[in-house]
Design a protein around this ligand. Structure first.
Ligand code: SF4
Ligand code: SF4
Length: 102
């Protein structure tokens, strides 16, 4: 492969910046049962999400669903390492992320 045929490496932030989000302002595609979170000591949701959708704020989980990359990791992490509080769905038709790189 010649240098001329190599694509320049983009940072993660630059790649994410190329994606498009259609945000459903009416309804989140992520629901959290906050009562279950009260007994969760491990809170894997706070570290597993590549988009940092989950934050622990005011003694509860805050969900910035508009940043979701739709990888599904949080559902698995919460089911197996947390308390099964997350219900995650594919965003409604027309909403969600459209990847534009790679
Ligand atoms: S991992 Fe699940 S149960 Fe634990 S704090 Fe996060 S959302 Fe709540
Ligand atoms: S699906 Fe992936 S990107 Fe979206 S909230 Fe869950 S872990 Fe984060």
């Amino acid at each position: 492969m010649t240098a001329a045929s190599q694509k320049p490496q983009l940072s993660l932030d630059a790649r994410l910046g190329l994606d498009r989000y259609e945000i459903d302002a009416e309804q989140s595609h992520i629901a959290v049962d906050h009562d279950k979170c009260k007994t969760c000591t491990t809170r894997p949701c706070l570290v597993c999400c590549p988009a940092i959708v989950y934050r622990w704020t005011d003694e509860r989980v805050a969900v910035a669903y508009e940043n979701c990359l739709e990888c599904g990791t949080c559902q698995i992490a919460c089911d197996h390492g947390g308390r099964g509080a997350i219900t995650w769905h594919i965003p409604a038709g027309g909403f969600g992320i459209a990847f534009r790189y790679g």
